[in-house]
Design a protein around this ligand. Sequence first.
Ligand SMILES: [Zn+2]
Length: 368
Amino acid sequence: MNQNYNSPSPRRVNERLRRRRRRTAAIVIFLLAAVLVALLAVYVGLLIRNRPDNPNGDSQTTPAPTVTEGAPADTTAPDDTTAAPETTAAPETTAAPVITYTTINMTRDAITQGDLVLVNASFPYTFPANEKHLTTIYGNKSRGYQIGSAQDKLDTDALAAWNKAADAFLAETGDGSLLLTNNGGYRSREAQETLYQKRVASVGEAEAAKYVALPGNSEHHTGLAFDLAVYRDGKTYTLGSDELYNWIPQNLPRYGFVLRYPADKVNITGISYEEWHFRYVGIPHAVYMTENNLCLEEYLNTLRAYQADGQHLSVTSDGVEYEIWYVPVAEGDVTPIAVPNGVTYSISGNNMDGFVVTLSRPAADAQQ
Ligand SMILES: [Zn+2]
């Protein structure tokens, strides 16, 4: 069987063929695997290039690469790259809340009351039958100032705001010599009459009219206005006597007060410059009026452009956002005013022809 050694038997040939096929298959599998690995490498490479820290500007739209989160500490991306996806990937989870409203019915005579009433030579004050909004200052004042009379009163909200402002002044300057003058707060019609006649007797009617309003037309009737001076070592000085008191007109708006009769508004207010006379109108109104150099007459006129169905005026002060609009008084006896539920609001008459609505929200809430 020599032949068997030289020429392989059919069985051996089959086996060799089978072996060759197996080798070919192995090579093919190896090559396929190699191609797969190469493809995977390219894919990973692309992933890494598209990460949000890539400075090619499209990071805002790239989804957060979750692959880095489980990676060991030494291979994770630096802090600034992990922070970026948090802001972009945050989903809008809060659907727009459904706003419901409550209708407040304001009576016609209510336009004569509130923090924003205009009282001047053209618009007299209507004294309410019950003046329970007034509080005696003595016994209810803060440490920040002195008073000229134990009988003087102010509107309760105005007094609370002034107490805060005066304490802030004392804390910042260490000066406790501010004086709320005698008869410098609320005045009844009779008190204004007495004051007016006294001034007429002293300087004549024309001169008196520059500073003292006719009885019924004084802002002091509202309890929202007061006069300030300085009382030190037994003597009285004006606020202008020391630049220390510049703090007052500069900072009082943040507490809701305006310098009511500025020098450059005499032709509108009809009253000469009074550096001592301040008026409570409420924080957003005082801030807006001061920043935009508007006296109360001008401001109330400006508000007519902001009505319920249009754009509202927006004012932010000390972390609170305010929304303001004007509502003209309705034809009938009642003016319905819709205010959103769950929001702090106030409504004031303008003592002319309508109401001013003021909403307030924490500014952080408003930004969300
Ligand atoms: Zn005054």
